[in-house]
Design a protein around this ligand. Structure first.
Ligand SMILES: NC(=O)c1ccc[n+]([C@@H]2O[C@H](COP(=O)([O-])OP(=O)(O)OC[C@H]3O[C@@H](n4cnc5c(N)ncnc54)[C@H](O)[C@@H]3O)[C@@H](O)[C@H]2O)c1
Length: 373
C-alpha cells in the first residue's frame, strides 16, 4: 500500500503544467513507496487557480499562496511561480517543516538562497530545485565517464545556454525582467548551464564576466505605448576556472536569433571529449583519442534502456524520451528522497552554489575584474 503525499502547487503556467504532468505520471513510470495526490493549486487569483486546478486535476484551488502553505492538507509545497516569490513561499513552507520543490533560479541573490538552504537544513526537510536537464540519463553517463577517467585529465569546458525568445523589441516587459526577482538571462537560462557545469566538473572557484543589456526598454504587456526600462542582463559571457584545475567558458543569451534550446556543452580531455546538445538530448557524442588516426571521429551514443532510467519510460533504444520526462525523473528523485532515499543532487544548497556563480558574474562584470568564489 503506497503512502499518499499531498502536493500543493503554486503557479500554473509553463512550469506549473509540467510539474502537474510529472506528478500525475511519475507513479506509472516508477514503482515508488509514495503516491502523489494533487491536493491544492494556488495562483495569483482564485479564477486562475480554479481553471488550472480543473485542467490539471487538482482537488481544490485557492487565490492566495499563503493559504496553500498553511493548509494542513498540503504535505509538500511545489513552487512554479515567478522568481521573486520563490524565497517568501519557500521560507513560509520550511518554517512549518514542509519539504519544498522549487523552480530555478532559487532566489534573487546568493544571500537569500543561502538563507533558504540554511532554513531547509535546520528544518531537516528534503528540497529539490528544477534543474531538470541534469536528470537526463545521458548527463549521468557523461558524468560517469568523466569520473571514471575515460576522458583522462580534463583540459577544458565550453558551455552555452542560448535561446531567442526575447529577440523582438516588442516582446513585453514581464516578471523575467523584474530586478526584484534577480538577474536576467544569466539567472533564467544561464543557471541551467552553470548547474550542468558543476554537475559534470564540480565547483567553479574563479571567473571573469562581461554582461550586457542590449534592449534597454520594453513595452508593458497590454499597454504597448508605455515603455519600461530593462535593468537586467540579456547576455553574459564568462571565463571560468574550476576548482579541479581546468578552465572553460560559459555563455548565455535570450537574444540568440534562431536558437531555440541551445543548451550545449563540450568537455575536452586528454584521452577524449564529450559533446552534448539539449536539442538532441537523447544523444551523447564521444570522441576517443586513438593511436590509429585514420578511423578517428566522434561517435554518437544513442539513449536506450542501458542508460537508466530511460528503460522505465521505454523498453526500446533510440525511441527517445522527452522534456516532460526529465521532470518525471526529477520528481522521482524528490519522492525517493522524501521516502528516505538519497537526497537530490540539485537541492537548495546546490542551487545556492549556482547562485553564487551568478552573483560573482554580476560583480565581475560591474567591476570589470576577476572574482574568486
Ligand atoms: N526548469 C525549467 O526548465 C524551467 C523552464 C521555464 C521556467 N522555469 C521557472 O519556473 C518558474 C515559472 O516560470 P514559467 O515559465 O512557468 O512562468 P509562467 O509565467 O508561465 O507561470 C507563472 C505562474 O505563476 C503565477 N503567479 C504569478 N503571481 C503569483 C502569485 N502571487 N501567487 C501565485 N501564483 C502566481 C502566474 O499566474 C502563472 O500561473 C520560474 O521561476 C522560471 O524560472 C523553469
Amino acid at each position: 500500500m503506497k503512502k499518499p503525499i499531498r502536493i500543493g502547487l503554486v503557479g500554473s503556467g509553463f512550469m506549473g503544467r509540467t510539474h502537474a504532468l510529472g506528478f500525475r505520471s511519475v507513479g506509472a513510470v516508477f514503482d515508488l513507496p509514495l503516491e502523489p495526490v494533487l491536493e491544492l493549486l494556488a495562483d495569483a487569483t482564485q479564477e486562475l487557480a480554479a481553471g488550472a486546478a480543473a485542467r490539471y486535476g487538482f482537488a481544490r484551488a485557492v487565490g492566495d499562496w499563503h493559504a496553500l502553505v498553511d493548509d494542513p492538507a498540503v504535505d509538500v509545497v511545489d513552487i512554479t511561480a515567478p522568481n521573486k516569490l520563490h524565497a517568501p513561499i519557500s521560507l513560509a513552507a520550511l518554517a512549518l517543516g514542509k519539504p519544498v520543490y522549487c523552480e530555478k533560479p532559487l532566489a534573487p541573490t546568493a544571500d537569500e538562497a543561502l538563507a533558504m538552504a540554511m532554513a531547509a537544513e535546520r528544518a531537516g526537510v528534503v528540497t529539490q530545485v528544477g534543474f531538470n536537464y541534469i536528470c537526463n540519463p545521458m548527463l549521468a553517463l557523461a558524468r560517469e565517464m568523466i569520473e571514471a577517467g575515460e576522458l583522462g585529465q580534463i583540459w577544458g569546458f565550453r558551455g552555452i545556454h542560448a535561446e531567442d525568445f526575447m529577440i523582438s523589441r516588442r516582446s513585453p516587459w514581464t516578471w523575467r525582467l523584474d530586478p526584484a526577482g534577480g538577474a536576467g538571462a544569466i539567472a533564467d537560462i544561464g543557471s541551467h548551464i552553470i548547474g550542468m557545469a558543476r554537475f559534470l566538473l564540480g565547483p567553479i572557484d574563479a571567473l571573469i564576466a562581461d554582461m550586457e543589456t542590449v534592449i534597454d526598454r520594453r513595452p508593458l504587456a497590454g499597454r504597448p505605448e508605455e515603455m519600461r526600462a530593462v535593468e537586467v542582463d540579456d547576455q553574459a559571457r564568462l571565463l571560468v576556472r574550476f576548482a579541479r584545475g581546468c578552465r572553460g567558458t560559459i555563455e548565455t543569451s535570450w537574444l540568440s536569433s534562431g536558437r531555440k534550446m541551445q543548451l550545449e556543452f563540450e568537455v575536452i580531455g586528454e584521452k577524449g571529449a564529450l559533446v552534448f546538445s539539449q536539442e538532441r538530448f537523447n544523444e551523447l557524442h564521444y570522441y576517443k583519442v586513438e593511436a590509429d588516426g585514420t578511423r578517428n571521429g566522434f561517435r554518437t551514443i544513442c539513449a536506450g534502456p542501458e542508460h537508466p532510467p530511460y528503460g522505465a519510460f521505454c523498453i526500446a533504444g533510440g525511441h527517445q524520451i522527452g522534456f516532460n520526462d526529465l521532470k518525471v525523473i526529477e520528481i522521482r528523485n524528490f519522492l525517493t528522497a522524501l521516502a528516505g532515499g538519497p537526497k537530490p543532487f540539485a537541492d537548495f544548497r546546490e542551487a545556492y552554489e549556482v547562485q553564487r556563480v551568478i552573483d560573482a558574474a554580476l560583480l565581475s562584470s560591474r567591476e570589470e575584474r576577476w572574482v574568486r568564489l
